[in-house]
Design a protein around this ligand. Structure first.
Ligand SMILES: NC(=O)c1ccc[n+]([C@@H]2O[C@H](COP(=O)([O-])OP(=O)(O)OC[C@H]3O[C@@H](n4cnc5c(N)ncnc54)[C@H](O)[C@@H]3O)[C@@H](O)[C@H]2O)c1
Length: 327
C-alpha cells in the first residue's frame, strides 16, 4: 500500500519508512526537514512541505492518493513545550489538523498517529493501562491528546480507520540503516549518557531519592525497530477497530542507573555519576501495560532487551562520529 509518512526524515519516521519498504509497501515522506536533513530521507520520495501548509498538504494527498497515513511530524520535547507552548500547539495540533483536511478530501484506509506516554502525566499506577486517567502536565502531552481526539472523531465521520500509538521511550537504532537518534538538543537519556562517556564527562542523574528500587527514575525503553514494526502491523491490521489509542512500550522498566551501567559495560568505560536535583514534573516510574496492543496484533517487542538497545545505540553513535566530521 502507498503510505504517506509525515516526519519520515526524523528519527522514528526514518525507521518507519524503511520498515514499510521492507514489508513491501511504498512510503512517501512528507517532511519540511526543519529538524532533519535530506540524506535521512534515504532516497525515498520526499515532499518537502510543512504540515501547517494546508493547501500544499492537500496537493500532496491529491498527487499520491495514499491508502495509509502515518503522522509523526511534530515537536517532541516536554521542556521546550513548557517554554514555547504556542509552537507546540501550532505544529502538534493546528498542523496536524491540516492533514485531516486533506484526509477528508482524499480519504486513506488507515491513519496512524504518533502519540506519547506524556498524555498520562504523572500516572499513579505502574504499569500504565490505557484506562489510566489522561492528565497531561505539559503543552506537549496536551497537544498530542487533543489531536488523538480530533483524529478519532474525523476517522469516524469520514470513514477511515484511526489509531494513536502512545510511545514510551523510543531508543536504539537499526544496525544497518544509520538513521539513529539525532535530536538537537538531545534530551534523551541513552544518547546523552553515551556522549558523556565517550567525551570523558560525568553522567548527570536528576534525582536519586525517588520511590524506586535504586532511587532513580524508571522508564520503559522500546527499541525504535520494534516501534516501526508496530506501525506496519497496525496499518495492515484491517480488523483492528478504528478510534483506538494504544500503548506502545516493552512493558519492562529500567532505572536511570541500570541504563548508565549497561552503557558503561557496552563501552567498557566506568561511568562517573554526578547527582543533580530532581527535574520538576519527572514521574518516578513510567512503564507501559502493552496488552491492549497485543490483543489487536501479533506484534511483540523483539529488540527491546536493554542490552540490544544499548548495543545498537552505541553502534549508531560510533558510526555517526566516524562519518560526520566535526560532530
Ligand atoms: N522520540 C521519542 O521517544 C518519542 C516518544 C513519544 C512520542 N514521540 C513522537 O514521535 C514523533 C517523532 O519523534 P522523533 O523522535 O522521530 O522526532 P524527530 O524530531 O527526529 O522527527 C520529527 C520530524 O518531523 C519533521 N517535522 C517537525 N515538524 C514539522 C512540520 N510542522 N512540518 C513538516 N515536518 C515537520 C522534522 O523535520 C523531523 O524530520 C513526534 O511526533 C514525537 O512527538 C517520540
Amino acid at each position: 500500500m502507498k503510505v504517506l509518512v509525515t516526519g519520515g526524515a526524523g528519527y522514528i519516521g526514518a525507521h518507519v519508512v524503511r520498515a514499510l519498504a521492507a514489508a513491501g509497501h511504498t512510503p512517501v515522506i512528507l517532511d519540511d526537514l526543519r529538524r532533519s536533513r535530506e540524506d535521512r530521507a534515504g532516497g525515498f520520495t520526499l515532499e518537502r512541505v510543512a504540515i501547517e501548509n494546508t493547501a500544499a498538504v492537500s496537493r500532496v494527498f491529491e498527487r499520491h492518493r495514499p491508502e495509509g497515513v502515518v503522522h509523526l511530524a511534530g515537536y517532541i520535547s516536554v521542556a521546550e513545550s513548557v517554554r514555547d507552548p504556542d509552537s507546540y500547539w501550532a505544529a502538534n495540533l493546528s498542523g496536524a489538523a491540516s492533514l485531516l483536511v486533506a484526509a477528508t478530501r482524499f480519504p486513506p484506509r488507515a491513519f496512524l498517529f504518533s502519540s506519547t506516554a506524556a498524555v498520562y502525566g504523572n500516572a499513579e499506577v505502574s504499569p500504565i493501562p490505557e484506562s489510566t486517567p489522561l492528565k497531561p502536565t505539559s503543552p506537549y502531552g496536551a497537544s498530542k491528546l487533543a489531536f488523538e481526539r480530533l483524529l478519532h472523531d474525523a476517522g469516524r465521520a469520514v470513514g477511515f480507520r484511526s489509531a494513536a500509538l502512545r510511545y514510551f521511550n523510543a531508543c536504539g537504532a537499526h544496525p544497518d540503516w544509520h538513521v539513529g537518534e539525532e535530536h538537537e538538543p538531545e534530551e534523551h537519556l541513552i544518547p546523552r549518557v553515551i556522549a558523556a562517556l565517550l567525551d570523558g564527562r560525568p553522567v548527570e542523574v536528576n534525582g536519586n531519592d525517588y520511590p524506586t528500587p535504586d532511587g532513580t527514575c524508571v522508564r520503559d525503553y522500546v527499541h525504535v525497530s520494534d516501534l516501526a514494526d508496530a506501525h506496519v502491523q497496525v496499518l495492515e491490521a484491517g480488523s483492528m477497530p478504528g478510534g483506538m489509542s494504544v500503548n506502545c512500550g516493552s512493558g519492562a522498566g529500567h532505572s536511570v542507573l541500570q541504563v548508565i551501567e549497561a552503557i558503561g559495560a557496552a563501552l567498557k568505560i566506568r561511568p562517573t555519576v554526578a547527582t543533580k536535583p530532581r527535574r520538576p514534573g519527572d514521574p518516578a516510574s513510567l512503564v507501559a501495560d502493552p496488552r491492549l496492543l497485543f490483543e489487536q496484533v501479533t506484534w511483540r517487542p523483539a529488540h527491546s532487551d536493554l542490552k540490544e538497545i544499548v548495543a545498537s545505540a552505541v553502534g549508531w553513535e560510533l558510526w555517526r562520529r566516524a562519518h560526520r566530521a566535526g560532530r
